[in-house]
Write a protein that binds this ligand. Structure first.
Ligand SMILES: [Fe+2]
Ligand SMILES: [Fe+2]
Length: 436
């Protein structure tokens, strides 16, 4: 069993006490973090006892403890999965070499950027969700919300540990900035756009945990392959926690769909909204918004960054060991590109297409959720089919950014029909009127 030392100010399984300088630096960051939590974490619930799970081990079985805590007293800590014996780099140009235990100098900036970008999403989501405790549909939902929130806080700790431990002064500065950026603040926003979108109602929360936390899963899966061993070991443990977040999203949406279907069965000729249920096409519109926003998080379809990250061994593919070949040299992927307003196919070197490889895996995983909601409709005899928006729809990043494409088929559209389609099915969150 790989126990966690809870006798320390900062619980950890990285023998923090043996590195006094690092320990002191993190203990200086800790009160700033708590301040940030009190200011930007769930509003008005800091004094409540909340039933939460806390990691007590990084073993697969039995890694968590459940109990009542006040959220600001949650034991946020640093947990890495145990050292593999003699780990090797599994892909890219350095394949077969020893995995790095220290930052490789030539890749320092790329690595820091990967860690900062991942780290920034964690406090961002806590900020986005801070009002939701006031409108929780049930105690069960409220507990799940706070569970997700404290674990996103812990994910920030995971990334901040890497910055402090491995990046010296600029790492510490990056860690400080994690607590200074604010979701949705026009002057000082979070790094990625999805993480600046407000989440002030629960349909968005469930969509976010379904689609955006799943983006997190796939980013973490690809970082869990990293040749920088501390990053790989950190992200592997984060994935254990992430599974619950996606469960919250998928089943939350499923419960909403189920209730709507029941109401539609009972009152076939009425608008389900009259009976307090969410119309199915409204749910689809939220899916259109959140899923398409998340497609952008994977980056441009053709990307030299993605090639660099892969070649250097910093960021692999999800489940890299399932591939037969791990250099991805002399391989190509057929991608769709936009040329003179027309969609054409083009062969792109595989390494440059890694963002798309990851996005496709993500979309296939999303589809399982959509299938479960459709089963719910079918079970109730309701003729409605949810779908994922097409990967070209509503994009702000990459090949199809700013274009007009059909939400379902991805076909190019002229302005008038595109506008008409948006009117019928806007990819927008519907602003809530009641703010707490
Ligand atoms: Fe996270
Ligand atoms: Fe998450």
């Amino acid at each position: 069993m790989t126990g966690i030392d809870y006798s320390q100010k900062i619980p950890n399984n990285v023998d923090l006490k043996s590195d006094k300088r690092l320990q002191r630096a993190l203990e200086r960051w800790q009160p700033d973090y708590i301040e940030w939590w009190k200011e930007m974490g769930p509003t008005d619930f800091n004094e409540n006892d909340v039933y939460l799970r806390t990691a007590v081990s990084v073993d697969k079985d039995g890694w968590a403890n459940f109990g009542y805590v006040k959220m600001p007293e949650y034991r946020w800590g640093i947990f890495l999965t145990p050292n593999e014996k003699d780990p090797k780099i599994q892909f890219g140009d350095h394949m077969g070499q020893d995995a790095w235990q220290q930052v490789p100098g030539e890749y320092r900036n790329w690595l820091r950027r990967l860690i900062v970008t991942q780290g920034d999403t964690e406090p961002a989501s806590v900020e986005q969700q801070r009002l939701l405790g006031h409108t929780a549909p049930s105690l069960y939902d409220m507990r799940n919300l706070f569970q997700v929130n404290v674990e996103e806080g812990r994910h920030l700790w995971a990334m901040v540990y890497l910055l402090h431990r491995h990046f010296g002064k600029d790492g510490r500065e990056e860690a400080d900035q994690m607590l200074q950026r604010r979701s949705g603040n026009p002057d000082h926003p979070r790094i990625l756009s999805t993480f600046n979108e407000p989440i002030d109602e629960w349909l968005s929360f469930f969509c976010f945990t379904m689609f955006t936390d799943r983006d997190g899963k796939f980013q973490l899966l690809s970082l869990a392959e990293s040749g920088f061993d501390p990053l790989a070991r950190t992200t592997r443990f984060m994935l254990t926690e992430e599974a619950h977040h996606m469960f919250v999203g998928q089943t939350g949406l499923q419960r909403i769909v189920r209730r709507t279907c029941q109401v539609m069965q009972e009152h076939p000729d009425a608008d389900p909204a009259e009976y307090g249920a969410m119309p199915l096409d409204l749910i689809q519109r939220y899916i259109n918004f959140w899923a398409s926003s998340c497609y952008d998080l994977f980056g441009a379809e053709v990307s030299s960054n993605s090639a660099n990250f892969f070649a250097s061994g910093l960021k692999g593919r999800a489940y890299e060991d399932k591939y037969d070949e791990h250099t991805a040299l002399d391989q190509f992927k057929t991608l769709e590109r936009l040329q003179d307003g027309k969609i054409v196919s083009e062969e792109v070197p595989m390494r440059n297409a890694m963002n798309e490889v990851l996005r496709e895996a993500y979309m296939a995983d999303n589809q399982k959720g959509v299938d479960s909601w459709n089963k719910e409709c079918a079970k109730h005899g309701i003729d409605f089919e949810f779908y994922l928006p097409h990967s070209r729809f509503n994009r702000k990043v990459g090949e199809f950014a700013g274009g007009r494409f059909h939400v379902k088929t991805g076909e190019p559209m002229d302005e008038a029909s595109y506008e008409a389609m948006l009117e019928a099915c806007p990819p927008k969150r519907i602003a809530t009127t009641s703010r707490v």
